[in-house]
Write a protein that binds this ligand. Structure first.
Ligand SMILES: [Zn+2]
Length: 212
């Protein structure tokens, strides 16, 4: 997990201590990156373990302030195995504009069955209110969402999958932002989105509409 956290830094998705990554263990508890510790110096023994309610089980460091958001997702989405949270620049720019991402590019079907990336309303970081907004925005089947005036969330079966979805989300956010500056986007129709969703299954990837 500390390796994934460092990969987020290397990919430019996070800077300094913004953002965090968690997994759910087979026992149901959640190792989480510590609060305020730079990923560049993060070692496996620095990771804090919390129970499904977000209470620390072991580890001397204080868990990330975003713990309620992560454990809230695991409670509402039983098949999710990993959560990645970032303040990635383009996606966060859209979130600060209060924009969702509509089905403007076919790759969005890999993130959400209907091609839309929803926006969770603003609430203070680390709050139970924000955790509730995020779980509601993700619903039962979406793999990513934007957090208004804050950043991004992506879920997956593994940290690799959640990180990969964050990379796609950031790419899609940049494209949508550029399109909006240049003119009026052409949106895919529901039929076109459904056609691509079926093709992505043929690629052997996980079905976008599958809850994970
Ligand atoms: Zn954050």
């Amino acid at each position: 997990m500390s390796r994934t956290a460092r990969r987020m830094v290397a990919s430019g998705l996070v800077t300094g201590t913004s953002g965090n990554v968690t997994v759910r263990t087979p026992e149901g508890d959640v190792p989480i990156t510590p609060s305020g510790l730079d990923y560049e110096v993060l070692e496996p023994e620095d990771v804090v373990r919390v129970d499904p309610e977000g209470r620390p089980l072991e580890g001397s460091l204080k868990p990330s302030s975003e713990t309620p958001m992560h454990v809230g997702i695991y409670r509402s989405r039983l098949r999710v195995g990993a959560v990645v949270h970032t303040h990635a620049r383009c996606a966060t720019t859209l979130a600060c504009l209060g924009w969702e991402i509509p089905p403007v590019h076919y790759m969005l079907t890999a993130l959400s069955g209907d091609g839309w990336v929803p926006l969770a309303p603003y609430a203070a970081y680390g709050s139970e209110e924000l955790a509730g907004h995020v779980s509601k925005a993700l619903g039962e089947s979406r793999q990513v969402c934007l957090l208004q005036n804050h950043g991004t969330i992506a879920v997956g079966k593994s940290t690799e999958e959640a990180l990969h979805r964050t990379v796609i989300l950031e790419e899609m956010a940049e494209i949508y932002y550029r399109v909006r500056i240049a003119g009026e986007p052409i949106l895919l129709t529901p039929e076109q989105v459904a056609e691509v969703a079926a093709k992505i299954v043929d690629y052997g990837q996980s079905k976008p509409s599958d809850a994970s």
